[in-house]
Design a protein around this ligand. Structure first.
Ligand SMILES: Nc1ncnc2c1ncn2[C@@H]1O[C@H](COP(=O)(O)OP(=O)(O)O)[C@@H](O)[C@H]1O
Ligand SMILES: [Mg+2]
Length: 325
């Protein structure tokens, strides 16, 4: 899976930025504040949710103009390609279009898959489980496009139930219906997460580089993961559909687009080399940022290099050839 064309209009520091790329890695380099992460953020908004910075739509609008923003992209998966447009005008809510048709935000997961790693996620394994769950859900979504709907349905039922509790409602039937929805979606969420971890683990078995391997599992602080057998059986049978779909996706074997913000600066030269080897082996379109072009020199001619420059508060981008400075 890769982006072939991306356009940012009035998005943060980008007044009008257009990038044409191929399926390989993309290195964005330039000074601090040039607009590199803004570009990566734009890509993250081609998937459901609020993107890498969890920003409000209004904050994404280029100041001082503040007239709203628009992103256009062509995304390619194997032989199929789709046009994604997402935009916000100051008076409405965010609009999402796939091939010129207005769709729900969650539909983006069906045509575009993306995962990311950011400097702010440094403490992911040290801090609370909430951040790790969100990270895992993003990875899971890249395997199971319907995962976003499960999370949405679960949260919807949970919010509704909380509302009933707050209003001290006593309608048992209503509670039961919502709790059933929560159990069903909760179990789906859980089995998707476990299946995603399994896929990641088995993918690592074939790794041939020295990049460290992660041992991953899902656990609960108290008790077992499974709760109600009836519910679980039901959830499993529903999940079979998803697995079949994922199997097909996986057979096609297109890795998601990967966003790595300032990741190279954290790694020593050997691990950096190993990471780049993994990216090459996956054939993934990894968008990477860094202050210096030489951080990406191990990619040689395999990557595309863009210099991101800021002048008078407006970001500009210039493709440059690979050469060791
Ligand atoms: N809504 C906005 N309108 C205009 N400029 C913005 C907006 N949001 C952020 N910026 C500017 O973008 C720059 C940061 O861009 P960023 O992509 O984070 O830089 P870096 O290249 O270091 O990753 C800052 O100079 C900031 O002022
Ligand atoms: Mg940055």
């Amino acid at each position: 899976m890769h982006i072939s064309q991306l356009t940012l209009s009035h998005f943060r520091s980008h007044k009008y930025t257009q990038v044409q790329v191929e399926s390989g890695p993309v290195a964005l380099f330039g000074s601090n504040g040039a607009g590199k992460t803004n570009l990566i953020e734009a890509i993250s908004l081609l998937s459901p949710g609020k993107g890498i910075r969890k920003a409000n739509t209004a904050d994404l609008s280029k100041s001082p103009d503040n007239i709203g923003w628009k992103l256009n992209a062509e995304v390619v998966s194997g032989v199929s390609s789709n046009l994604i447009e997402t935009s916000w005008e100051t008076t409405s809510s965010r609009i999402v279009k796939i091939n010129d048709k207005v769709v729900k935000q969650n539909d983006l997961a069906k045509v575009f898959r993306v995962v990311w790693l950011l400097p702010s996620m440094d403490r992911l394994w040290l801090e609370g489980a909430d951040g790790r769950r969100k990270f895992l859900d993003r990875l899971t979504l890249s395997f199971f496009p319907k995962h976003a709907d499960c999370v949405l349905n679960y949260e919807k039922a949970m919010r509704e139930r909380n509302r009933l509790l707050k209003e001290k409602m006593t309608d048992d039937v209503w509670y039961k219906a919502l709790e059933r929805q929560m159990a069903q979606n909760g179990l789906l969420i859980q089995s998707n997460r476990i299946a995603a971890l399994k896929k990641i683990s088995s993918a690592q078995e074939n790794s041939t580089t020295t990049f460290p391997i992660a041992e991953l599992s899902l656990s609960k602080t108290n008790g077992d993961l499974t709760t109600d057998e009836d519910e679980f059986v039901k959830a499993l049978s529903e999940n079979r559909q998803l697995d079949v779909m994922a199997g097909r996706t996986l057979e096609l074997g297109y890795p998601p687009v990967i966003l790595l913000d300032e990741i190279s600066a954290h790694l020593d030269i050997d691990r950096r080399g190993a990471l780049y080897q993994e990216i090459n082996a996956l054939g993934a379109q990894a968008w990477m940022t860094g202050t210096d072009k030489n951080l990406f020199s191990e990619f040689g001619c395999k990557a595309k290099y863009f210099h991101v420059i800021e002048s008078s508060g407006i970001s500009d981008i210039k493709e440059v050839d690979f050469s060791v400075d």
